[in-house]
Design a protein around this ligand. Structure first.
Ligand code: CP
Ligand code: NVA
Length: 321
């Protein structure tokens, strides 16, 4: 059965470095001459990649479709109203059928179990384009962004502060940081604690690499000595009905210059957000400042998608260990 990419937990620290390096290679090649590295030119020629999304997307859809085109393949976008899934056909049957005709399934789903089940049945690699638990291609783009801002591939000893919800983006970001030796301190409001079973994965990974991680409820404690302050929406897709309650419960969690200096972030701290962004999460003053890496981070999604396709589809794992 093929190797799937459902979470950063699926790759070793060395494999994560290989993915980031592949993304960097693709970026240099494209920025330098409008084409991918020579080994990837036409690497998906004559092949179809199914992009099956049950939720909205700007970055993930564009980066994945773009990556497939750069590599000479045909991206086939299958939105929730385009196919029979969920209305007339089961996930099992859908997975059997789609995987019999394509080279890869890139899927955005609600419950993580859906993508895990899809992967169990699929005869081609399945790449997670976001589930309620993980967002691995975002984490690759984020690590590339951190490494560019830091000016070195060795990220060990840096500190990432997360101030916001305990969600899919945090979980894969924390897993990626744990594998690269980046300390994480995550502040979430009372009542919005990390999922214990997912956090155990993160803690186990930290133990393996000797990386430290902690969770708190006070944003100013998390940002102490932080090199990067990161957040995401307070209301993820599917949580829209909780919006009013969440806005109240997250009071005091907006990232501002004042919070960073009150908490003692490093003077040169940088801001990151996977986007889309709402103003309550971060002040305009920070979001549109030179500290903000958000648009590099979004652009890096293209190179992360190319790296994931290279690793899991083209080379069937050969850039992986
Ligand atoms: N960051 C991210 O995944 O954005 P989209 O939902 O627009 O794909
Ligand atoms: N946590 C957000 C990320 C969107 C890219 C969500 O799941 O909606």
């Amino acid at each position: 059965s093929p190797r799937h990419f459902l979470s950063i937990a699926d790759v070793s620290p060395g494999e994560l470095v290989a993915l980031i390096t592949a993304a960097q290679r693709a970026k240099h090649a494209i920025k330098g001459g409008n084409s991918v590295p020579s080994n990837l030119l036409d690497s998906l020629s004559g092949k179809t990649v199914a992009i099956m999304f049950s939720k909205r997307s700007t970055r993930t859809r564009i980066s994945t479709e773009g990556a497939v085109v750069y590599m000479g393949g045909h991206p086939m976008f299958l939105g929730k109203d385009d196919i029979q899934l969920g209305v007339n056909e089961s996930l099992y049957d859908t997975s059997k059928v789609i995987s019999s005709m394509t080279s890869c399934i890139v899927a955005r789903v609600g419950p993580h179990k859906d993508i895990a089940d899809l992967a169990k049945t699929s005869s081609v690699p399945v790449i997670n384009a976001l589930s309620d638990a993980f967002h691995p291609m975002q984490a690759i783009a984020d690590m590339l962004t951190i490494s560019e801002a830091h000016g070195s591939k060795n990220l060990a000893g840096l500190k990432v502060a997360w101030v916001g919800d305990a969600n899919n983006v945090l979980y894969d970001l924390a897993l990626a940081c744990s594998k690269l030796g980046i300390t994480v301190s995550a502040a979430t409001p009372v009542g919005y604690d990390v999922d214990p079973s997912i956090w155990k994965l993160v803690q186990d990974s930290c133990r393996e690499t000797g990386t430290s991680i902690n969770t708190v409820h006070e944003p100013e404690l998390a940002v102490k000595n932080a090199d990067f302050i990161v957040t995401d929406t307070w209301v993820s897709m599917g949580q829209e009905e909780e919006k009013l309650k969440r806005l109240k419960d997250f009071a005091g969690f907006q990232i501002t210059d004042e919070l960073a200096s009150r908490g003692g972030a490093k003077p040169n701290w940088k801001f990151m957000h996977c986007l889309p962004r709402k103003p309550e999460e971060v002040s305009d003053e920070v979001f549109y400042s030179p500290r903000s890496l958000v648009f590099n981070e979004a652009e890096n999604r293209l190179y992360a998608a190319i790296a994931a396709l290279e690793a899991f589809v083209v080379d069937e794992g050969s850039i992986l260990v």
